[in-house]
Design a protein around this ligand. Sequence first.
Ligand SMILES: CC(=O)N[C@H]1[C@@H](OP(=O)(O)OP(=O)(O)OC[C@H]2O[C@@H](n3ccc(=O)[nH]c3=O)[C@H](O)[C@@H]2O)O[C@H](CO)[C@@H](O)[C@@H]1O
Ligand SMILES: C=C(OP(=O)(O)O)C(=O)O
Length: 513
Amino acid sequence: MTVIDDTQTSLAEIGTLIRGARQNRGLTQTQLAERLSTSQSAIARIEQGSQNLSVELLARINGALDADLLSIGTPRAAHLRVTGGQQLSGTITVKSSKNGAVALLCASLLNRGRTTLRQVARIVEVDRIVDVLRSIGVRATWSADGKDLEIVPPAELDLSAIDEEAARRTRSIIMFLGPLLGRESAFNLPYAGGCDLGTRTVEPHMIALRPFGLDVVATAGQYEATVQPDRPNEITVVLTERGDTVTENALMAAARHPGVTTLRNASPNYMVQDLCFYLELLGVRIEGIGTTTLRVHGLADIDADVEYAPGEDPVEAMSLITAGIVTDSEITVARVPVEFMEIELATLAEMGLRYTLSPEYPAANGRTRLVDVTVRPSELQAPIDKIHPMPFPGLNIDNLPFFAVIAAAASGTTLIHDWVYDNRAIHLTDLTRLGADVRLLDPHRLDVTGPTRWSGAEVSCPPALRPAVVILLGMLAAKGTSVLRNVDIIARGYEQLQERLIELGAQIETFRD
Ligand SMILES: CC(=O)N[C@H]1[C@@H](OP(=O)(O)OP(=O)(O)OC[C@H]2O[C@@H](n3ccc(=O)[nH]c3=O)[C@H](O)[C@@H]2O)O[C@H](CO)[C@@H](O)[C@@H]1O
Ligand SMILES: C=C(OP(=O)(O)O)C(=O)O
């Protein structure tokens, strides 16, 4: 049987996927060719999308790359077998952030010109937004090395063709509202989805965008949006919540408003700063970047060819530092965006973590300050005060879950208070399966008592990104063999996490049903 796609584009997309997976595994075209008993030129043709592919060859490519790039029939769930209790060593480098990438992908719709995003994390969340962009006519092309993404919107978007399935799987689709209201007078968007973290309202987005003329009616499965063209020159938006994506939505609306917009109670968090730096490249002047009041001098039209490298991910940095802590290892986590990790590092220091920081150096965007963090084996104690998140510059809510597994490694009882999400703390109780003493006081508060005598177990991955990684890290700490089932959710926010941990000496094996 032969798979012949009806357009050359599909073959090109499959080729890009194969190239990305090959490069992620550090293989040359020749090495992949050897594994498939074919020639390097055949691989080059496949990656360029100029070769038809048989089902049998697709299956062999999956096998050779140990990937499930191209499933035929129902996709097979991936599971991890972890042999824990091993110390890690070496250096691991933080990638650019998921949340910066999705904001910038949405913001590229503001620009009639070409946006090139450098070193974009190859994660499923990015793929979903790219799929949605392509479905409405945006040209989104990965570079030959699979790292940079070039985006060129069409003169007219075809919103009727939107990939609803991809859109419904991400909450970030809500960030199409801000850019679209500057281009369209009426449009529909599918409801936003995402991880199971409990109710996350979209009302703050509606309130923030109303001054730009947006009116949204929620119908069965759709937001039906209409935009009033008349609006005052000067707009003031007071955000009811200091949320990250709501700030980004308001910023994107303000970027194409040809007047001055003042945003109050804005989030100054890392992804918002990434978006501001990109908007500046587009010619939008923004005062107050990194503060809670932003003044945006918008433009009626934006047509610029720009390049931007999203900043490093503080949540990935926290995840990797946690891997070192719970395995009692000395590792260096390179390219940590220190400004967005200060409270986390100060809290860890209070708990007794021994670590050193390299001198600061700039990220590729020239704005984010980076350091390399070396963590050393330490005797940890529970902190005296509870650990709780706050909007930046507080402890990042997405970093809070990692403190559950760290607290389990520390002596004493730590109170962890997640006031933000209804369901995230609940998922962390899965650590009890590995021997941790984690008590849910109510849906928002956990008491974690350590130190833990970790033991291997079989656990089904929680349906939420950060808790899933927390359980994986607990398994790295636990002597013996653990199995983490259905781990696909981790790829939503982490590029090749398992493979990169293996490079530090972790024993993790991927297997499928
Ligand atoms: C793509 C992206 O960037 N996602 C991030 C973004 O999601 P996002 O901006 O979508 O976060 P939400 O708007 O869902 O806010 C998260 C929760 O916090 C509550 N809330 C938020 C701010 C506030 O001042 N008061 C308040 O109560 C909201 O009601 C909600 O329950 O911000 C979250 C909170 O930092 C992060 O976990 C997500 O990783
Ligand atoms: C909650 C998260 O992100 P999102 O807003 O994409 O669901 C996260 O990154 O942990």
